[in-house]
Ligand binder design. Structure first.
Ligand code: MN
Length: 746
């Protein structure tokens, strides 16, 4: 029945618009009404045929939003933009169309409102809601965008009855969590209250009804009480010679509701339902009135708040006190100046309202610019001296230092302005950053140095085989936390290098003792040693050897002793080996001439040594020396095919010479690894990724097709010794599709 009544009501847009024009005229604002009419015409034509849920032409919503904008006190461009606020989103008109007729300022505002409309809202925990509010404010850029959005939302909430229950709930939740707090932040008390009460109606209908029913039932009593108190206060202030205007009201439903909820009271337990406002001309008057009120009534301890000396962050100023009235009923009194009053009611828009000479706020005069410091502080406009230009240049730069973006899941991530996908990735998790291989913003691939914009949806592509952050990222990242995490990665990666280095040093040292790493990595052998040195794992020991925290000799000796003690039956075998090794050592030492390139040639010192290209030996390899004609001794691996072939030729028998690696090896050695793999796109990239991840010193990397769907990649690297090479080869084996990995010369 009620719905039927609602649907037959179809407001006539033209009448509604004329009422708006009249309201503008009445407001005393000097506006170009022809321009506003033209905007209405554009909106009417663009939205023609579109209906609201209640059956009225869509344009009635646009007029209503403009009407609220007038109430809020917005300027001419804002009212035009309010009339056009839905045309980009819902009609064929574009930014250019609007700009052509009304200028870019209006078009920019409409576009700004459209962007806010497109932000997807899903209910989040409190922190997320706060970030979303900041994001909207930051996105708005021009304060008028957010003010029109609030007007838009206010009208939609007023007409929410026609929507489906799901939409009512969703919009009400959004209003409660996002728009009412924004209105509050901008100091727009009146809009905030109305938004909250409208939203509560849908979010907790029975709670809302309980309060309104109770208030309605007690209304005669409450009104009598307020009239009585107001008359008493007025009489006393008159007697004291205080010029004051007194308003009183029942507190808004949501504030009562919140109090009930917070203090677990039912409505009868809440006494101060009434609020009085005393508005005076000056700040000294405020404190005079406060003294008078406290003289008349007994103040409730702990309820006095001085927001004049300490304004709220949204620049709200007033003194509040709660006193006990007749019959023991407490009530709140707020005392403020007219300027404070308009600021509280209309927030940032109050400035405009004053300046246009609206008749109600006579207390304000021209030349009161310095009294608007709060607006300046809030908006940091450089144009403070010219009131008419004020709005045109207002930018919301409260969050100029921040940028707010969405994760693919819809979480709002707050980053410093200028932040890049790298910052985003590390803010989610350092693993995401370390494994990042690409970034998408709003579905499009972007470079790592792309500066994120408010409202961007950012997606990070990761890969397990990602090479990790590059040092360049330190320059690209804007957030300290991202840079810290990148540096941490490098510290950790250096650990990998240290472990690698330690491994080959220890291996070499163990070899002199006739042992291998495998022999000592047995928990039974290394366990006591690790404990003694307070290492938590074998890698810690290797890392310590690598960076020189413990010498390889010392570590090897301890491990050897432990191995000997542990296995008596192996002792003899080990002893034999070590004795043999020692013998070799002494023999080598006796013979030792001067090593060239880390090679000792038996019986010769300082002879010309070169490493054969066919098998590129590295320290640790079993090697042979072949005396070339005029080019000194060529060093081959014993398992090299060429070497084998030369060995099989009897005529060359006399040209072989014994060679060995010197104990101290100063150089690195270049050698080549051959990788046979399934041919696929990205193969070389993946190989490079692994090499980079382990910090291999790569001289060259290339690949060629070797048959149907097979490829042979050749990697030339610089290594310290065979164990490092072995390590590199083992890591390369993890690349998908890799078949065999061999050294050259095989
Ligand atoms: Mn709208």
């Amino acid at each position: 029945m009620e719905n039927q009544e609602l649907t037959v009501r179809t407001p006539d847009p033209d009448e509604q618009f004329e009422a708006l024009i009249q309201k503008i005229k009445d407001s005393g604002h000097n506006m170009d009404l022809g321009r506003i009419r033209a905007a209405y015409e554009m909106a009417r034509v663009a939205h023609s045929g579109q209906l609201r849920r209640d059956g009225s032409p869509y344009v009635t919503h646009c007029i209503a939003a403009a009407d609220i904008s007038v109430d809020i006190g917005l300027d001419e461009d804002s009212i035009i933009a309010a009339l056009l606020h839905d045309v980009i989103e819902d009609t064929n008109l574009t930014h250019e169309d609007i700009a052509r007729q009304f200028g870019t300022a209006v078009a920019d505002i409409v576009e700004g409102v459209t962007k806010l409309t497109r932000v997807q809202y899903t209910s989040k925990e409190e922190e997320q809601a706060e970030n979303l509010r900041k994001m909207l404010l930051a996105m708005a850029k021009d304060i008028r965008v957010i003010l029109i959005k609030i007007a838009d939302r206010l009208h939609n909430m007023r007409t929410m009855a026609y929507q489906s229950p799901e939409k009512q709930r969703a919009k009400s939740l959004e209003t409660m969590e996002i728009y009412a707090p924004i209105a509050h932040r901008l100091g727009m008390q009146r809009a905030k209250w109305e938004l909250e009460d409208l939203a509560l109606q849908y979010l907790d209908p029975s709670g809302y009804k309980e309060i309104t029913d109770n208030l309605n039932a007690r209304m005669p009593e409450l009104e009598a009480f307020m009239d009585n108190m107001k008359a008493k206060i007025q009489a006393r202030l008159d007697a004291e010679g205080e010029q004051a205007t007194i308003y009183c009201r029942i507190k808004h439903v949501y504030s009562i509701y919140r109090k009930m909820y917070a203090q677990k009271l039912d409505i009868n337990g809440i006494f101060d339902l009434c609020a009085f406002r005393v508005i005076v001309d000056s700040i000294p008057d405020c404190y005079n009135v406060l003294g008078i009120i406290h003289d008349m009534f007994k103040p409730v301890p702990g309820r006095f708040k001085d927001y004049i000396s300490t304004p709220k962050p949204n620049m709200y100023q007033s003194v509040h006190t709660t006193v006990i009235g007749s019959e023991g009923i407490p009530f709140e009194v707020q005392i403020r100046t007219w300027e404070m009053h308009y600021t509280a009611e209309y927030g940032v828009a109050a400035h405009w309202k004053y300046k246009m000479g609206s008749s109600a706020n006579t207390a304000l005069k021209e030349g009161d610019e310095d009294r608007f410091a709060w607006v300046r502080r809030l908006l940091e406009s450089q144009q403070e001296s010219d009131a008419v230009d004020f709005f045109h240049n207002m930018k919301v730069d409260m969050f100029a230092d921040d940028v707010f973006v969405f994760s693919p899941k819809g979480d709002v991530i707050n980053l410093p302005a200028g932040a890049t996908p790298i910052d985003f990735a590390y803010s989610i998790h350092s693993d995401i950053g370390n494994h990042m291989v690409g970034a998408k913003v709003n579905g499009r691939i972007v470079t790592y140095d792309y500066a994120l914009q408010n409202g961007d949806i950012v997606e990070i592509r990761t890969s397990k085989s990602a090479p990790g952050p590059s040092r360049d990222w330190l320059n690209v990242a804007k957030s300290g936390s991202a840079r810290t995490k990148i540096k941490q990665w490098y510290k950790k990666e250096r650990r990998e290098e240290n472990i690698q280095r330690g491994r080959s040093m220890l291996e070499e040292e163990l070899k002199h003792n006739g042992l291998t790493l495998d022999d000592v990595m047995d928990e039974a052998v290394c366990g006591p040693i690790l404990k003694r040195f307070s290492f938590s794992c074998f890698d810690d020991l290797l890392a310590a050897v690598g960076y020189g925290g413990i010498t390889a000799t010392r570590a090897a000796n301890r491990l050897r002793d432990e191995a000997k003690n542990l296995k008596p039956e192996r002792k003899t075998a080990l002893d034999k080996v070590s004795e043999a090794a020692e013998r070799r050592e002494t023999q080598a030492a006796k013979k030792e001439g001067k090593a060239v390139h880390g090679i000792l040639v038996a019986g010769l010192s300082n002879c010309l040594v070169k490493f054969s290209r066919c098998c590129t030996p590295v320290p640790g390899d079993d090697i042979m020396g072949f005396i070339t004609r005029g080019q000194g001794v060529s060093i081959h691996r014993r398992d090299c095919v060429n070497c084998q072939q030369l060995l099989s030729q009897p005529e060359n028998a006399g040209r072989w010479v014994q060679v060995s690696w010197a104990s101290k090896i100063p150089d690195t050695y270049v050698t080549t690894i051959l990788i046979s793999a399934k041919n696929r796109s990205g193969l070389v990239m993946d190989i490079a990724t692994v090499l980079n991840a382990i910090n291999a010193k790569v001289r060259s990397l290339n690949a060629r097709e070797t048959g149907i769907s097979m490829a042979l990649a050749s990697v030339t690297v610089e290594v310290k010794d065979a164990s490092e090479l072995k390590y590199i080869m083992s890591r390369l084996a993890s690349v998908p599709g890799v078949g065999s990995i061999t050294r050259n010369g095989m």
